[in-house]
Design a protein around this ligand. Sequence first.
Ligand code: IMP
Ligand code: MG
Length: 200
Amino acid sequence: MPQIPSISDPVLGRGRVPKIWQREISSVLISETRLRKRVHELAEEITRDHADSRLVVVSLLSGSAVFMADLIRRIPLPIELDFMAASSYGMGTVPREISFTKDLKLSIKGRNVLLLDDIIDSGHTLWETRRQLRTLHPRRISTCVLLDKPAQRERRIQADYSGFTIPDLFVVGYGMDHAERYRNLPFIGLLHPSQFLEAR
Ligand code: IMP
Ligand code: MG
């Protein structure tokens, strides 16, 4: 298993934030170049492990959409694509409840599935989604996340493929949002604390 890159706390000023975002984003955690390189590596790994196999890629909306789009274009295998959407309720120490607001359109019975999400944090989303997919009797489910935040894990689950391990920070960009904004940033960044307050 190749080493998963680990990102340490960003030093302010390192990885310059483009001018148009400077009011809202305090620093770049993972640059566009670094993202591209790592997504290509993940795609190579997945391709190698699934050679001669047909894959159903299940992308969790909306956070994994940008990652998915870059990743699948680097996997030269027969792929079918579908989406699910999950939402969670409950915070802090209350166990979170996950419900699905969009189900699959394709049948995954007997198929190899690659489940994609943007980030694994507590682990509930990936855990519950995988459990839901298992009820549909796929042949095998592999999981892939771009980011892993292991600090607050509440479920014993690890993705089979993981882009970067990051500290317990709230990140936005490259598909990930805060109050539905910032998904279109081409890099992964940290918000100015003022933006947390403004969005409430
Ligand atoms: P988990 O269920 O706690 O593992 O959380 C997974 C979901 O929480 C992801 O699909 C994200 O949508 C969201 N999430 C967790 N951390 C962050 C973050 O730092 N930025 C944006 N979304 C996050
Ligand atoms: Mg999500």
